[in-house]
Design a protein. Structure first.
Length: 218
């Protein structure tokens, strides 16, 4: 069978894989952006202890493979807490916690890219630190942050492939099922590669378009 025939015959597996992959990616991006925003503020706080703890978390997450993190969440939840959690939930938690570290650095860099003179000018006008951050710094930093967050989403789509190691039925898991069912080791992988490319290329182009519009508005 050629590539198209394999895809049509086993489309149920691929469509399921697409759904799970996108759910994992979107879910992890939303959770990661929320927690990452809070973590970035901790990194920028004046509390040295909190700064240190946040930095340790970020460095540990960025310095260990995603596959190890997913395995630790999946198996560690039972070994340490006695909780037997679903593979999808474990993958979502692990990917979201991984994304949190990267998003925190993205947001921190975006905030620090704003000229410090604007903070000083705002404070001289009587604005508090919170008001300055909310009304002056963040609106400007968003222009630097959003395109990079789009690239983070592209990365998440690719990284969710390791969720197949704990039995989550995303795209890579779908390809393994099709390989074993069709007895074709190569073609199912080509299909998955094409699907990943379609998603990542499309999102990359949308991010690039968004960046051009932001530049035009400036």
């Amino acid at each position: 069978m050629n590539i198209l025939e394999v895809f049509v015959k086993y489309r149920v597996y691929y469509f399921t894989g697409i759904k799970i992959t996108l759910l994992l990616s979107f879910g992890a991006l939303i959770i990661g952006t929320t927690l990452g925003s809070l973590l970035s503020l901790v990194r920028l706080s004046k509390n040295k202890v909190l700064q240190f703890l946040a930095r340790v978390y970020i460095e540990v997450v960025r310095g260990t493979p995603m596959m190890v993190q997913i395995s630790l969440v999946y198996f560690g939840s039972y070994a340490l807490l006695g909780i037997d959690i679903d593979g999808f939930v474990a993958a979502l938690i692990a990917v979201a916690l991984n994304s949190t570290a990267y998003v925190a650095e993205i947001i921190r860099s975006g905030i620090q890219s704003i000229d410090k003179g604007q903070t000083e000018a705002s404070r001289s006008l009587g604005l508090t630190s919170g008001q300055t951050m909310r009304h002056i710094i963040l609106p400007q930093a968003v222009k630097n942050i959003l395109p990079t967050l789009g690239n983070e989403f592209v990365t998440l789509i690719k990284e969710t492939s390791v969720a197949s190691t704990i039995g989550v039925a995303e795209l890579m898991y779908a390809s393994k099922i099709v390989q074993s069912t069709s007895f074709q080791p190569f073609t199912p992988l080509v299909i998955v590669a094409v699907l990943y490319f379609i998603f990542t290329f499309t999102i990359s182009q949308l991010v690039a378009l968004f960046e051009r519009r932001l530049s035009h508005n400036d």
